[in-house]
Design a protein around this ligand. Structure first.
Ligand code: ADP
Ligand code: MG
Length: 348
């Protein structure tokens, strides 16, 4: 493109909240044949809300069906009688939903992760006094390991539990149900509790190093224009993909909601593996635009043919990106490609 055309394109972009980092990016964008969206914060609002709390008894059975639970009503939890603190739960066989939520919130209260914030906020809204953990360790891409009232508490995905010697399978049905609703379901387990010691003494599940006590779930809202953006890209012949650290089932439920082919979903991708996933897509000969908002996404934005940071994206993402979308609107991804197209066509 001539310097004049580049200037016009860059200016039109800026007027539309689409910032191109240079003339070469403006030229490249029109050739993008695949758009890879990050899920959380890009296709979704990234504002999690606690939606479900399910407690499991010592036999691994859900105490309630979790449907119209106290946790879902926004009212202070009134199930299971007297509220207990964590230490009592660790000694009891029959946790209530509020016990599970109290433990999960205490464990998560040191974490900045959006999933954690939603659990803590949801607990407070339900009248639970959230205590600080004695210790906590963030396990990136998996969850949290914390010490609450002297007991070890795990909150996270199936792998987190397995890696810590706790069998997540009693919660399989509950997890699947919540994930099919597009929610991120997290397991809550305690280790070294009297409960697991009792069980070990009785010869039940002798190998288990801990016990599953519950499941909590957070939901995120899909951005209003996400479906339109996907449809418009597909109309242009652009393949649309999604990449996320979230599990396959949740990811597919969200993909379905916005019109992304389930085969185009890359789920369970660890933060450090996102850029490899984008490279793998490009190794198929595709020209990929990666669209993301988080620190996690920066390396993937850097390796993409065009890296696009969206909305209130972190500085790190913006730094690594070729294009910054000032608004939080996925439709501006289409706009960026259109502006590139129009700019380059004018000079023909
Ligand atoms: P995303 O790419 O959606 O931001 P992450 O890579 O941060 O996801 O995490 C992947 C998965 O690990 C989450 O879906 C969740 O199951 C689990 N996880 C991560 N952090 C936490 C946390 N603080 N509490 C509970 N679970 C977590
Ligand atoms: Mg994100």
């Amino acid at each position: 493109a001539t310097p004049a055309a580049t200037m016009v394109g860059t200016t039109i972009g800026a007027q539309n909240g689409v910032l191109f980092k240079g003339g070469d990016v403006l030229e490249r964008a029109k050739d993008v044949d695949t758009v890879v969206f990050d899920k959380t914060g890009t296709l979704t609002e990234g504002e999690m809300e606690l939606t479900d709390v399910v407690a499991f008894d010592a036999d691994g059975e859900p105490v309630t069906d979790g449907g119209e639970s106290a946790a879902g009503s926004g009212e202070p939890a009134a199930d299971g009688g007297e509220p207990t603190d964590g230490s009592q739960l660790l000694a009891r066989d029959q946790p209530s939903e509020s016990d599970v939520l109290r433990l999960a919130a205490a464990a998560e209260s040191g974490s900045e992760h959006p999933l954690a914030r939603a659990i803590v906020e949801g607990a407070r809204e339900r009248g639970i006094d959230v205590t600080d953990p004695d210790e906590f360790e963030n396990v990136p891409g998996h969850g949290i390991r914390a010490t609450v009232d002297g007991g070890e508490v795990l909150v996270g995905n199936r792998k987190l539990l397995r890696d810590n010697g706790v069998d997540p399978s009693p919660a399989a049905e509950t997890m699947e149900r919540l994930e099919n609703e597009g929610k991120t379901a997290m397991l809550v387990a305690v280790r070294g509790s009297e409960r697991s010691e009792n069980r070990e003494a009785s010869g039940d599940q002798p190998r288990a190093e801990g016990d599953l006590v519950g499941v909590v779930a957070d939901a995120d809202t899909v951005k209003e224009s996400a479906g339109d953006a996907v449809a418009q890209l597909r109309d242009r012949g652009v393949d649309v993909m999604m990449i996320t650290g979230d599990n396959e089932r949740t990811a597919r439920a969200v993909a379905e909601r916005v019109g992304i082919d389930p085969d185009n979903v890359r789920a369970g991708v660890l933060p450090e593996d996102k850029s490899d996933a984008v490279e793998a897509i490009q190794d198929e000969g595709r020209k990929a635009m990666m669209v993301g908002d988080g620190v996690n996404d920066a390396p993937a934005l850097a390796v993409a043919y065009v890296g696009t940071a969206i909305g209130s994206g972190t500085d790190v993402a913006i730094e690594a990106a070729d294009v910054t979308l000032m608004r939080d609107d996925p439709l501006d991804v289409v706009k960026a490609i259109r502006i590139s197209d129009a700019t380059l066509q004018k000079i023909k």
